[in-house]
Ligand binder design. Structure first.
Ligand SMILES: Nc1ncnc2c1ncn2[C@@H]1O[C@H](COP(=O)(O)OP(=O)(O)OP(=O)(O)O)[C@@H](O)[C@H]1O
Ligand SMILES: [Mg+2]
Length: 294
């Protein structure tokens, strides 16, 4: 007699299905437990979001991580921008990869003990294109959070791709206890319109808004020192006031920031005398440090 699935009597098929469902639910329960255990070791989780591309999210995420590290905090930096992971470039991580011991995967250690995880550290080459749909991304995000040995951290900073897609939605669901989102914008209306969507997204998925950073806010002319309002200034602050969310500060446009980012040197450390670094320390970093004193 054949022992193929088709040969099973009907009640047998039902039992097999039941067992499979049970196993699946059990596996899911274990995964949930591991996620909770791992994340319970991290005091603060901060999402860096924006509705718009190219406004400086990754630059800001990197400099938050380094700024907090410089203050003696234990920091993790997670890059979930699978299609354009820029953290390895911004930190000049070259072709280093995540370490594994056969069973566990470990983040890459950066200066100040900052622990870094990015898909960019797992790709065969930096120019490889990642073509993934939502469920696959969600599975990898879960692995990044639950399976990586982050250890004890004061802060985990998470950098996202632009918009309100699968990545921030997955993290919002997996980390309901997150402290909230830092929303990055530039001052002009084109950017503000998208950022309003980010704030509305946060409200819908119940992620608190820690505040808005207005990046690329004016440029001090290197010749005469006069302020040039290239993308205008003040729009981010006005929007934050209108939508009743905190304002974390203005970071001016600074040629040194571009130079520093391109060469993989966080500006908060390498250009610490610039107006951008000062504004960053006095605004964003100060406010995020206060989370740890609560
Ligand atoms: N304050 C600033 N002054 C000058 N250049 C800046 C500033 N902030 C960011 N940049 C530059 O703007 C460019 C885009 O920054 P970044 O990659 O951080 O943006 P992003 O929002 O993460 O982009 P994406 O949406 O593609 O992920 C980079 O070249 C970066 O160096
Ligand atoms: Mg980015």
């Amino acid at each position: 007699m054949s022992n193929s699935e088709d040969a099973l009597p009907l009640y047998g098929k039902g039992q097999k299905q039941q067992q499979e469902n049970h196993d699946r639910m059990e596996k899911r329960r274990q995964e949930e437990e591991q996620l909770k255990e791992r994340m319970a070791q991290i005091n603060h989780k901060i999402l860096v979001l924006s509705g718009k591309g190219g406004v400086g999210k990754s630059t800001i995420a990197v400099n938050i991580a380094v700024g907090l590290g410089m203050e003696g905090k234990k920091v993790g930096l997670l890059d979930v921008d699978f299609h354009g992971p820029s953290i390895p470039t911004l930190l000049r991580l070259g072709n280093q990869t995540l370490r594994t011991d056969g069973k566990n995967a470990f983040p890459l250690d950066y200066v100040y003990g900052i622990k870094v995880v990015s898909l960019g550290l797992l790709l065969p080459d930096q120019d490889a294109a990642v073509i993934w749909r939502g469920p696959l991304k969600m599975g990898v995000i879960r692995q990044f959070l639950a399976d990586i040995q982050w250890g004890e951290l004061d802060y985990l900073i998470i950098d996202f791709p632009p918009g309100t897609g699968d990545e921030p939605l997955s993290v919002a669901q997996m980390l309901p206890e997150s402290d909230g989102a830092v929303i990055v914008t530039t001052p002009q209306e084109m950017s503000l319109a998208d950022v309003r969507k980010s704030i509305s997204f946060c409200r819908q998925v119940k992620v608190p808004v820690l505040g808005v950073v207005e990046n690329m806010s004016g440029l001090n002319c290197p010749h005469c020192g006069k302020l040039i309002e290239l993308f205008k200034t003040g729009g981010g602050e006005a929007m934050a006031n209108k939508l009743k969310v905190p304002f974390l500060g203005r970071i001016p446009l600074e040629p040194a920031v571009v130079e520093a980012s391109d060469s993989g040197r966080p500006f908060i450390y390498h250009c610490n005398q610039t107006a951008a670094a000062q504004a960053f320390r006095d605004g964003v970093i100060k406010i995020l440090l206060a989370l740890d004193d609560r």
